[in-house]
Structure formats: C-alpha cells, structure tokens
Design a protein around this ligand. Structure first.
Ligand SMILES: O=P(O)(O)O[C@@H]1C[C@H](O)[C@@H](CO)O1
Ligand SMILES: Nc1nc2[nH]cnc2c(=O)[nH]1
Length: 286
C-alpha cells in the first residue's frame, strides 16, 4: 500500500513548521479554513492579512492545481483570528497521504480549535442542483476501504488516540448554526445536507461508479477533504464542512454532459459570494 512518494513526519517536524509560522505571522489563529477549488476568495475577507506563500514554509508541499493559489493567509474574520489555506493538497497530485494532511497538524500546534473545510463536488443526490451548498453531515472514506488512511503507521499519542471515533466527525451544533445562518442570509433555498465521498481522482467518475455511489447513500463526490477531517478529528479539532455542488454527476448513458474542471471553476465563481457570506456569518456565531 505504500508508494514511493509516501513519507512520514515526526512530531518535531510539525512543531518546527508551526513555530516558524508563529514567528513569521505573529498570529495564533483559532480557526483554520481550507479553501476548495475556486473557493480561495474566502481568504480575501480577512482583515490585517499576513500572506505567506507555501514555497517559503518549511516542509510545506506546493499547490499544483488551477484554482488553488498556494498560500497561507493569516488575519481576522468577524474578529476571530483565522488562517486560510488558499490551495489544498490532493492525493492525485502525487503527494503521500501524510503530506496531503500535513497542514492540519501544524494548525493544531498553532492553537487552532476549529477546522472549516470547503470543496467543490459533483452532486449525486438527484434532488441537488448545480450551485447548491451542501453541509457535510458525514463521509465515506473510499480510499480507506483499501487501507489508504492518513493515520496509517506509527500513532503519535501527542496528537491523538490509535483508534479515533468518526461517527461524530462533523460538529452537529455548527451544522445547526449554519442552517440558521443560511435562513438569515437568504440562501436556504439552495442549502442541502448530505454525505460526501472522496475518491482518489484525478479522473471524474464513470457512470457505473456514480450509480454505485448513489446506491451507497452518497450525496456528493469529490477528491479531497476526508483525509484532512480524519487528521483533524484525531487531534481533537471541531470540524465543519461545506461542499459546493459544482456539477451534477452523470448517471445516464444517453447524457451529453461531461464533467470538467472548467465547469467546476465556473460554478464556484457564481456561488463564491454566497458561500463566503455563509462562512463569515457563521464565524461570528462561534
Ligand atoms: O479541492 P477540491 O476538492 O475543492 O477540488 C475538486 C476536486 C478536484 O481537485 C477538482 C476537480 O474539478 O475540484
Ligand atoms: N470526484 C469528483 N470531484 C469533483 N469535484 C467537482 N466535481 C466533481 C465530480 O463530479 N467528481
């Protein structure tokens, strides 16, 4: 199951990166936000920004995907000290799973208590529309079925227990608050809740794969997020997740629709402001 790109990190590695960031930014964020494809505009809302390119940060990987700028942005949002990842790392980029999730443990060591994850995803639930925002209530870690799990290998007890519970991965109180906030923001007509499933990517799904995922009860499919959430829950972070439904999964052989990254980014451009409004108003409540 291991690959040439897989590498492990020591507690001291994470600590060194966290100390470097603390020294460089002078800020101790309480909330970390991971911006999905085309959703980096969230970071532009921060006040008193300090921007640090990934290439300057010790041991940080680099973003290689269009729509992922590749920088950390520190600052305040609604008075809360935050750090935003403008660009996340995906397994399909060739990084090992420990590298994909490296920033999450660094955030924990910086003092972050809440992780907000966002992503672009394909809608599998037939009731979902392109442009819907789905609050993630649960996930299916599909790569985990074959042993690809970011917690595989030596368990560092200073981060968390060997066998973490995942049945409470997504904070229910934050889902309740987000639902309430969506009503206040006038976006409840395109708010959904559902189950997100990550696949390895970078291929979009075949029709047979989409049908299979639907039959498993999956509402939205993507290529990220779940490894970050597993590592976050392992080290005790509260997690809140949002998927923007950027395209509808194709489940019909007569369909002319073809999933593509341009359509994904186009939908994020249309819904970016609504999603940003929802996240920032939610932050004011936590
Ligand atoms: O980083 P996210 O999960 O938002 O990115 C999704 C999955 C692929 O990286 C890309 C496909 O368009 O968008
Ligand atoms: N796997 C996957 N990821 C996506 N990201 C945005 N849309 C999709 C999709 O349809 N499938």
């Amino acid at each position: 199951m291991s690959s040439a790109n897989e590498r492990s990190y020591t507690y001291e590695d994470y600590k060194e990166t966290a100390d470097w960031l603390l020294n460089r930014s002078g800020q101790k964020p309480k909330v970390a936000i991971i911006c999905g494809s085309g959703l980096g505009g969230l970071a532009d809302l921060l006040e008193n920004k300090t921007v640090i390119p990934y290439k300057d940060i010790p041991r940080f990987p680099q973003s290689t995907v269009h729509g992922h700028a590749g920088q950390l942005v520190f600052g305040q949002l609604k008075g809360k000290p935050c750090v935003c990842m403008q660009g996340r790392f995906h397994y399909y980029e060739g990084y090992g799973i420990a590298t994909v999730t490296y920033p999450v443990r660094v955030f924990h060591l910086l003092g972050v208590e809440t992780l907000i994850v966002t992503n672009a995803a394909g809608g599998l639930n037939p009731d979902f529309n392109v442009g819907d925002i789905m609050l993630i209530k649960d996930h299916v870690n599909m790569p985990g079925f074959s042993g690809v799990n970011p917690l595989r290998g030596h368990n560092e007890e200073r981060f968390g227990t060997r066998f973490p519970c995942m049945s409470d991965a997504y904070d229910r109180e934050m889902i309740r608050l987000a639902t309430e906030t969506a009503v206040e923001q006038g976006c409840s007509s395109f708010l959904q809740q559902g189950v997100y499933c990550n696949l390895g990517g970078p291929c979009f799904e075949t029709i047979a794969e989409c049908k299979m995922l639907q039959s498993l009860g999956v509402d939205a499919v993507g290529m990220s997020t779940v490894p970050e959430v597993i590592v976050a829950r392992h080290c005790g972070l509260r997690v809140f997740g949002l998927s923007l439904i950027t395209n509808k999964a194709v489940v019909d052989y007569s369909s002319e629709q073809r999933a593509n990254h341009e359509e994904v980014l186009e939908t994020t451009r249309k819904r970016a402001l609504a999603l940003q409004g929802l996240v920032s108003s939610l932050l004011a409540k936590i």
